[in-house]
Design a protein around this ligand. Structure first.
Ligand SMILES: Nc1ncnc2c1ncn2[C@@H]1O[C@H](COP(=O)(O)OP(=O)(O)OP(=O)(O)O)[C@@H](O)[C@H]1O
Ligand SMILES: [Mg+2]
Length: 326
């Protein structure tokens, strides 16, 4: 199964300030702020939802096609993704803007000052899926992840026109979108992904009932944090799959993306929905236990053991043949 992953591609610059921001903010001088914090740690992490998801699918041997827009500064990130089995040929490189970046400084009391520069991401809307197919070959599924809202809508419409199955995965971007925009992303989706908060927001913004949503999509998958994941279709009762217990919770960045990786890898191996949800939960927990969204490795033996412990021997045994080459 050839999957194209559209969505944000970004680099996170995470800085740690050993003092307290509030010590430097003078209450009666807030009209003119000019502050500089001396940082003692900088972590640079490759991220963006499409970057994260394609990294995982590539690492599992699925050769995903990454679709998104970046700047001329993308070379190092591209080399990393190429090394991990991602087809990056269809990535659009902007002539004028840098790759999106998230700059965040955290102080000793966990207060944060952050900025997000979307940069080249707005050029995602210039990418035509027909050109992606010309370059990368036929596609079986397009995941429409969070990115430039206009680009998300256009890619969804192109999927419908081309008769290409697609997954609606707007995640946090729904908070910034108008109801009319959100409503364009859902109809006809083979899969719809939300977390619980986004599920509520979807109903609130569109005025749809759960049944209205289910009438428009194949499968609706809602992640429930530590409580696992629920999946619903119009003809059956909802099913909940528990999460894989985490040994330690190190960094939640990218757990939702990792869930999609496991889910779609198992779907492409023709495993059942329930098995795919279990593998999604395992990948999510793996990322929760790792610092950074793209720093985990595929450890076939450990994966099989953990699936067996969490969901029974059969679960591990069914996934084993696909993991040994990963
Ligand atoms: N504390 C936890 N322990 C074990 N697994 C967890 C925990 N929190 C989340 N997960 C796993 O991660 C999946 C996705 O979690 P969640 O619903 O929080 O996604 P999200 O809100 O989209 O996350 P993101 O911050 O990446 O956007 C869950 O379905 C579950 O499998
Ligand atoms: Mg999410």
């Amino acid at each position: 199964m050839r999957i194209a992953v559209t969505g944000s591609i970004a680099t996170d610059y995470l800085m740690v300030f050993p003092g307290k921001f509030t010590d430097q903010l003078v209450a009666d001088q807030l009209e003119q702020v000019s502050l500089s914090f001396l940082i003692d740690r900088l972590d640079v992490r490759r991220g963006g939802v499409a970057g994260n998801i394609s990294y995982g699918l590539g690492s599992l041997g699925l050769r995903p096609v990454l679709v998104g827009a970046v700047g001329a500064d993308f070379d190092e990130y591209r080399a990393w993704l190429d090394q991990h089995g991602v087809d990056t040929r269809a990535v659009h490189v902007s002539d004028t803007q840098h790759t999106a970046r998230f700059l965040c400084t955290t102080d000793s009391t966990n207060n944060q000052i952050a900025s997000f520069y979307s940069g080249a991401m707005s050029e995602t809307r210039n990418i035509q899926l027909t050109s992606v197919i010309d370059q990368a070959g036929a596609l079986d599924l397009v995941l429409i992840g969070a990115s430039d809202p206009e680009g998300m809508i256009q890619h969804t419409e192109q999927c419908r026109e081309l008769g290409l199955p697609f997954a609606a995965d707007f995640s946090q971007q729904i908070a910034r979108m108008e109801a009319t925009e959100v409503a364009k992303l859902v109809p006809g989706a083979a899969y719809l992904f939300t977390n619980e908060y986004e599920a509520g927001l979807l109903l609130e913004k569109t005025g749809w009932t759960r049944d209205d949503v289910l009438a428009q999509v194949g499968t609706w998958i809602t992640t429930l944090g530590a409580a696992g994941v629920r999946y619903e279709t119009r003809d059956a009762d909802p099913v909940t799959v528990p999460s894989v217990p985490a040994k330690q919770e190190v960094d939640p960045t990218g757990i939702g993306d990792a869930f999609r990786v496991g889910f779609f890898a198992a779907q492409s191996w023709k495993l059942s929905i329930e098995r795919s949800l279990q593998f999604g939960c395992l990948l999510a927990t793996t990322v929760l236990e790792t610092l950074g969204p793209q720093e985990y490795r595929i450890d076939a033996d450990a994966f099989v053991r953990r699936l067996a412990d969490a969901y029974g021997e059969e679960s591990g045994a069914e996934l084993k043949p696909f993991l040994t080459t990963g």
